[in-house]
Design a protein around this ligand. Structure first.
Ligand code: UD1
Length: 423
């Protein structure tokens, strides 16, 4: 358990570089399982979720060696095709081994992920899609027993919703299925395009990744490959909001501005000065932001994982903002915590009504999940006095060296581990 103590009131200034995207790298670890031999991933952040995915694939038989921001993954010929409940519980993305193991081993045993802090998150689209490719499922004692008795066969799979995870599971299954697989209404996230690129280096034949229709020609065998992940747009976006909320001047380097187009547009509407170069973004915060409305949507819409951070900014805007959360039924636990800091945020169904206040005042708050935790840190940066963020380990799941990098930008942030025995 860690705490972050932030003393607000300092404008953040300077530059920060981002590493590879968590939501891409987790999938690259799974992709590696599909080809025996040594893979190499560069630009990998040392964050808890990456280490956890390392444990998941280690359970299956791979060996991961972390050296700085490089990871070498050795994958044996024979795998243990299972992801048990303790691993799936700790990280929902473990469900992605399903498609990869079905492709590689023709079978998989994967614990069914439960609900989480965002409400129930079903995997019906993953299962329907894999079934269309020839997989069969039994649910035994909370564990999915998956088999592809006749081998996976290419098929047309229309998704009800452009689910990121379902698209990825189908990519894994499709690249080694016999014949052609066509995923329509596929997720278009940059991380999907990046995964397809890595799989392509391994010998997969994929067309249209990054668009709504992905066509895959199955191949018999893949070979190991090296890859440098796409930059983390969520990490980049969070540091930009840190500059905005403190009325500071922050430049994020090594990012892809195009991947944050909608988020940058909204930051501009709040009154931020936004300047972009080929691989950098500079945000200069206004003396006081203006209210803006936005709705979270699949890419290229406003990313749901930037929703809480943006609400932190709008909490101190002049005027009332309305945010509509369209991706998750219950991504609102951060609201109560933000209100403890003096924000005036209320909920009406899927709408978040943010009445801007003149200022926030520091107090203890709980980082309920990665992005909620990040949002509370951002709020703490401008709150009067000290804000103590408990359960800060949630933040470490997605941000490497968050507090140090904020300190480098001028923030007053201290990390503490509570004394043993304290609650
Ligand atoms: C990924 C990201 C997560 C991000 C989300 C949306 C990773 C590790 N996580 O999650 O950070 O917030 O994309 O951009 O990459 N759904 C169903 N049935 C399904 C699949 C999904 O109902 O079979 C629902 C989910 O409950 C959720 C919505 O669809 O409400 C979006 O889910 P999805 O796009 O699949 O997100 P993840 O891949 O889980």
């Amino acid at each position: 358990m860690h705490e972050l103590v932030i003393t607000g009131g300092r404008p953040l200034r300077g530059e920060v570089a981002v590493l590879g995207a968590k939501n891409a790298i987790l999938k690259h670890f799974v992709a590696a399982l599909m080809a025996p031999g040594r893979h190499r991933l560069d630009n990998v952040p040392d964050i808890v979720d990456v280490r956890l995915m390392g444990e998941v694939i280690a359970h299956i038989g791979a060996k991961c060696r972390f050296v700085g921001s490089t990871v070498e993954i050795d994958v044996p010929e024979d795998l243990l095709p299972e992801a048990p409940i303790d691993l799936v519980r700790r990280m929902r993305a473990s469900i992605l081994v399903l498609g990869a193991l079905l492709a590689r081993c023709g079978e998989a045993r994967v614990a069914l992920p439960g609900g989480d802090d965002f409400g129930s998150r079903p995997i019906d689209m993953h299962l329907d899609g894999l079934q269309a490719l020839g997989a069969e499922f039994d649910l035994v004692h909370g564990e999915l027993i998956a088999r592809a008795p006749g081998g996976l066969r290419g098929a047309e799979v229309p998704l009800d919703f452009p689910s990121v995870g379902a698209t990825e599971n189908l990519l894994f299954a499709g690249v080694m299925a016999a014949g052609t697989t066509v995923i329509s209404n596929a997720a278009r996230e940059p991380e999907i395009q990046d995964l397809a690129e890595f799989l392509g280096k391994m010998g997969a034949v994929i067309r249209g990744a990054g668009t709504s229709t992905i066509e895959i020609e199955g191949v018999g065998r893949l070979s190991p490959a090296s890859h440098r992940a796409v930059p983390d747009r969520l990490e980049a976006g969070t540091y930009l909001v840190a500059g905005a909320i403190t009325g500071g001047d922050v430049t994020v380097r090594d990012c892809v501005p195009e991947h944050l187009r909608m988020e940058l547009r909204k930051l501009g509407e709040t009154g931020c000065e936004v300047t972009v170069g080929k691989d950098w973004i500079r945000v200069q915060g206004p003396p006081r932001p203006r209210a803006v409305d936005f709705a979270t949507l699949p890419y290229p819409g406003f990313h749901t994982d930037m929703h809480p951070q943006m609400v932190a900014l709008l909490a101190v805007a002049s005027g009332t903002s309305v945010i509509t959360e369209n991706i998750y039924a219950a991504r609102f636990r951060y609201v109560g915590e933000l209100n403890r800091l003096g924000a005036d945020v209320s909920l009406e169904g899927q709408h978040v009504i943010v009445r801007g206040v003149d200022g926030l005042s520091g107090c203890p708050v709980d980082a309920c999940d990665i992005r909620a935790g990040a949002a509370l840190v951002l709020a703490g940066l401008i709150a009067e006095g000290a804000t103590t963020i408990t359960a800060a380990q949630h933040i470490d799941r997605g941000y490497s060296g968050f507090d140090q990098r904020l300190r480098d930008l001028g923030a007053d942030v201290v990390r503490r581990s509570p004394a043993p025995g304290s609650t």
